[in-house]
Design a protein around this ligand. Structure first.
Ligand SMILES: O=C(O)CCC(=O)C(=O)O
Length: 355
């Protein structure tokens, strides 16, 4: 028998996405007026099903991460399908708000996948000549970094993953990339009418770099008051399980920001691999678009060449960083640096940027 807890209909109704079964189902379970009374006892099990006591067929069944978190927090019930979630202390009330009501670039199927799984892949988003130009310029940027490391005799760092923060500040091609129509339209579909670039970086994983980049959420670095930002991970070289592609925990975005620990390679949300993780291989020029709350990691690069990617993160205009000062007070500051976090969509209309 699975692990279970007995509770009441009133308690399960406190879950933000709870939906009572339809009248026909409720009647079939013997409630002749078709209504489940608040004080009706129900049993919730670790497969995230809700039963009436003694009934074999469940009243409801919901495998989503936010229901798992609710069961964990309200009933002390650890589900079989998800890792233990530990909320970020400032994340007290996150509820996933479905996006993509009137999509411009995503198909209905992609909108559904994004809301349910937290990511979509867009194949061949960049044309070949732009991809080559972008990669060439980022390579030159990385070559400078490598030379400096060599000069300093820092041979260990040469073998590790390397990040170049905000190349858009220096490189026009990265700025041009970040405002491509596909990103303006994605901003509209996944955020709304007013969208800014929030972050950009290149990520190079050298040949035979065996260190995975650990599980984290992109919101796990700086707490912000809007958690449904999105990240675009663009492959500059083919990325698959042998070359260090992304792995994601599909559906894990719905719990909002979790507590992260510090590690050598950045913030970590899960100490070990969660079950149900899947790889997201993408070929050069294609990209994974994912919710900033989606737990993800990248694996080892077993090949003899560098895996290269560039990442862009988008947020709504007006988003704030929230921090807690040493006296325990919450402080709020605008998340955007207006010079580099330019606005690419205003009132739903692409802005005319001179970049
Ligand atoms: O591209 C990688 O290897 C990992 C980058 C990443 O997930 C991040 O910086 O958030």
């Amino acid at each position: 028998m699975s692990n279970f807890r007995t509770t009441s209909v009133a308690q399960v109704r406190r879950f933000a996405h709870w939906q009572d079964p339809g009248e026909a189902v409720t009647r079939a379970f013997g409630f002749t007026d078709g209504v489940l009374p608040d004080d009706q006892q129900v049993v919730v099990d670790d497969e995230l099903r809700v039963h009436l006591p003694g009934k074999r067929v469940p009243l409801a069944s919901d495998r989503r991460s936010d229901w798992a978190l609710f069961c964990q927090e309200h009933f002390g019930l650890q589900s079989r399908f998800w890792p233990r979630f530990d909320r970020h202390p400032l994340n007290t009330d996150f509820v996933w708000n479905p996006v993509g009501a009137d999509p411009r670039v995503l198909s209905e199927a992609e909108v559904t996948q994004y809301n349910e799984q937290g990511y979509v892949v867009i194949e061949d988003a960049l044309d070949q000549s732009f991809l080559e130009q972008l990669t060439g310029e980022l390579d030159a940027h990385d070559a400078d970094r490598l030379k400096t490391l060599e000069r300093k005799g820092n041979t260990e760092a040469l073998k590790k993953i390397s990040f170049s923060a905000q190349p858009s500040r220096q490189m026009r091609t990265v700025r041009q990339l970040s405002v491509l129509p596909v990103f303006q339209h994605l901003g509209h579909d996944l955020i709304g009418p007013d969208v800014r670039l929030y972050w950009d970086q290149s990520v190079y994983k050298p040949a035979r770099c065996t260190d995975p980049f650990p599980w984290h959420q992109d919101t796990g670095y700086t707490y912000v008051d809007y958690q449904q930002c999105f990240t675009v991970w663009i492959a500059l070289t083919d990325a698959n399980v042998d070359t260090g592609c992304l792995w994601v925990l599909p559906g894990g975005h719905r719990v909002g920001t979790l507590r992260h620990a510090k590690s050598e390679y950045g913030n970590v949300v899960f100490g070990e691999d969660p079950g149900n993780m899947i790889p997201v291989p993408v070929r050069a020029g294609s990209m994974a678009v994912f919710a900033a709350t989606l737990p993800h990691m990248t694996g080892a690069n077993k090949r003899g060449w560098t895996r290269k990617a560039v990442m862009l993160e988008y947020a709504p205009d007006g988003m704030n960083r929230i921090a807690v000062d040493p006296w325990g007070n919450r402080t709020k500051t605008p998340a955007a640096y207006l010079d580099s976090h330019y606005q690419l969509l205003r009132d739903g209309v692409p802005t005319s940027l001179s970049i």
